[in-house]
Design a protein around this ligand. Sequence first.
Ligand SMILES: [Zn+2]
Length: 63
Amino acid sequence: MVEKACRSCHLIISEGSQCPICGSKEITDKWASYMVIFDPENSELAKKIGAKIPGKYAISIKG
Ligand SMILES: [Zn+2]
C-alpha cells in the first residue's frame, strides 16, 4: 500500500483515511520525500512544518 500524507500537518499515514493527529481527511499520495522527527521540541525542521509529536512527516506535498 502506498503511504499517504496529511495535507494539514504533513504526517505520513500508513493506514486508514484519516490523520490520527489532526483528524483531517485531506490526505494525498502525491508527496515527495519524508523525514523522521524524534524530538519535535528541539528540531528546527519540526518547527518549520509545525510538527508537535514524533513521527514521519512529508517534506513536500504536491497534490
Ligand atoms: Zn494531519
